[in-house]
Design a protein around this ligand. Structure first.
Ligand SMILES: *[C@@H]1O[C@H](CO)[C@@H](O)[C@H](O)[C@H]1NC(C)=O
Ligand SMILES: *[C@@H]1O[C@H](CO)[C@@H](O)[C@H](O)[C@H]1NC(C)=O
Ligand SMILES: *[C@@H]1O[C@H](CO)[C@@H](O)[C@H](O)[C@H]1NC(C)=O
Ligand SMILES: *[C@@H]1O[C@H](CO)[C@@H](O)[C@H](O)[C@H]1NC(C)=O
Ligand SMILES: *[C@@H]1O[C@H](CO)[C@@H](O)[C@H](O)[C@H]1NC(C)=O
Ligand SMILES: [Zn+2]
Length: 471
């Protein structure tokens, strides 16, 4: 074959690959699609794995943004996760379409896509449970393939902040599933700000908490978090931007949902869920989006279901720009990790802390808020901020906090704290039975293995293209 012919064939295949069919791709096809996409768009995409499933299939995440392979100070990290229940498959199709849409929009200089990718780093995990997907049948209602390869429901396998320290230690000794370990490691590796987890079997946007220990969080049958106002807003953004979710249709078997939103616990309590874990332990606000009554909709309905969800998927990403963001600097002007940044009236179980870049992100509705910043060796700083609505212009309000040293008698500054584990925090406030000072021990595997594909992806993508040419 002449090299010109080969080149033309390659170009042809790359063009074909740029329109994604509306059908259920196998895990292997999905992997190939992501590899090809990354190979042809290395400037705005970055493919990485957060670890293997039980049978060793990689949990691929595609990151999109102007700096897709690393964090940029001031650019919030957003994520979507789908197919955690292997037989709830619409989310996986929609997230692949979303990837395709964002990349195509960017390549065509469409403002909406440029704005998203210019302001946000979007991470997409189309399947958190590839083994369950392989085992599922195409039934609307039943749950074959819901669990992972070991038959474990991954949305019950996370540490539960309400379950008490004893229970946590017990769970640690039991096996935490590979897919859950991978996600816990992922949450430690990036400071995510906002997230949604896509499910099927209902049509509703559900928000934390899912769990409770019967404490003061229980209000009128709901388990209410300190950021309830923000969560309700986020859920309504999804349901009202969606073609029909806001009408509150109940899929025949449960009660109707006002505005198409619900508190998780109020709908039905569950422990070990992923959304509470994200919020309590990783300071990432996460929603559980139930996006179709039928868990495995017929393939010919996929284009219409995409049209119902497209606007809401994009509008929800934009909400990552609510509130305030910035850095905390110590007395010598250096950004500091683990400074506690609290908002008056919002006593989070684990107080929000600055990340390794000294950054904080705090999603808030417009209004005046009193912030308190605490860091060892420094005076407690309190400032009131007038917070505007950020999503319209793709940026939260920017505000840095400048701490001042407490002078010591010896004239030396006090020791900085060591880089404490991200999941360790101060529990003297709030509910004393919570466990946020408890460090989660990951099972045997220890740290999650991470493969990155930026450079290698180009080569492998071409190999994949060539392989598909051969047959
Ligand atoms: C998009 O804009 C860039 C720079 O302005 C230009 O080079 C490119 O040709 C444009 N692409 C399309 C598809 O219009
Ligand atoms: C990209 O972001 C910068 C600020 O970070 C802004 O000045 C610029 O207008 C943005 N471009 C687009 C296309 O949104
Ligand atoms: C916030 O405070 C400013 C004065 O600093 C005031 O003008 C404004 O009305 C307040 N906004 C709200 C929502 O209370
Ligand atoms: C924990 O919080 C309490 C009350 O706000 C405070 O007095 C104490 O210094 C904090 N401890 C740490 C280690 O941050
Ligand atoms: C948190 O845990 C550390 C060590 O595990 C312990 O020294 C500290 O006293 C605990 N803090 C609280 C507030 O319980
Ligand atoms: Zn589900």
């Amino acid at each position: 074959m002449s090299s010109l012919l080969l080149f033309l064939l390659l170009l042809f295949v790359l063009t074909l690959a740029s329109t994604l069919e509306f059908r259920y791709h196998t895990n292997r096809e999905m992997e190939q699609y992501l590899l090809q996409l990354t190979a042809s768009n290395p400037d705005i995409t970055h493919l990485y794995s957060i670890g293997p499933s039980v049978t060793g299939q990689q949990l691929w995440v595609l990151a999109l943004g102007l700096s897709p392979s690393r964090h940029t100070v001031g650019i919030p990290e957003f994520k979507y996760v789908a197919n955690m229940h292997g037989n709830e498959v619409l989310g996986r199709v929609l997230l692949l379409q979303l990837i395709d849409d964002l990349v195509r929009g960017y390549r065509n200089n469409e403002t909406w896509s440029l704005q998203v990718l210019n302001s946000t780093r979007v991470h997409i995990l189309p399947t958190m449970n590839p083994d369950g997907f392989d085992a599922s049948n195409t039934d609307c209602m039943y749950s074959q393939g819901r669990g992972n390869y070991n038959g474990i429901d991954l949305n019950r396998n996370f540490p539960d902040a309400f379950a008490g320290l004893r229970r946590q230690q017990q769970l640690d000794e039991e096996k935490r599933e590979a897919e859950v370990r991978a996600v816990i490691g992922w949450l430690r590796s990036e400071s995510f700000v906002l997230s949604a987890n896509l499910h099927g079997g209902a049509l509703v946007a559900s928000y934390p908490y899912d769990s409770s220990n019967g404490g003061k969080e229980l209000v009128g049958g709901a388990s209410i978090s300190p950021d309830d106002d923000v969560f309700i807003h986020l859920a309504k953004v999804y349901s009202h931007s969606h073609g029909s979710m806001h009408r509150g249709y109940h899929c025949g078997d449960s009660r109707p949902f006002q505005d198409g939103v619900t508190n998780g616990y109020q709908w039905y309590p569950l422990t070990g869920g992923m959304q509470d874990y994200n919020y309590v332990w990783a300071q990432c606000l996460e929603l559980t989006l139930e996006i179709s009554c039928c868990k495995f909709p017929p393939a010919n309905q996929l284009p219409a279901l995409w049209m119902e969800n497209r606007k809401s998927l994009l509008a929800f990403i934009q909400q990552v720009h609510l509130g305030v963001k910035g850095r905390v600097f110590d007395g010598s002007g250096v950004p500091v990790q683990n400074a506690v940044v609290e908002v008056k009236g919002r006593s989070n179980m684990c107080p929000f802390r600055t990340d390794q870049h000294g950054e904080y992100y705090r999603l808030l509705l417009p209004g005046n808020y009193s912030f308190t910043v605490t860091y060892p060796g420094h005076k407690v700083l309190t400032e009131t901020l007038n917070v505007p609505h950020g999503p319209d212009h793709y940026s939260a309000m920017k505000h840095d906090f400048m701490l001042r040293l407490i002078p010591t008698t010896t004239g030396r500054t006090q020791a900085r704290p060591t880089n404490a584990n991200h999941n360790q925090a101060n529990i003297t406030k709030g509910n004393p039975s919570t466990t946020c000072n408890y460090t989660i021990h990951l099972d045997s595997g220890g740290d999650v293995s991470r493969c990155t594909w930026t450079g290698l992806g180009v080569g492998l993508g071409l190999v994949a293209v060539l392989r598909s040419l051969i047959g």
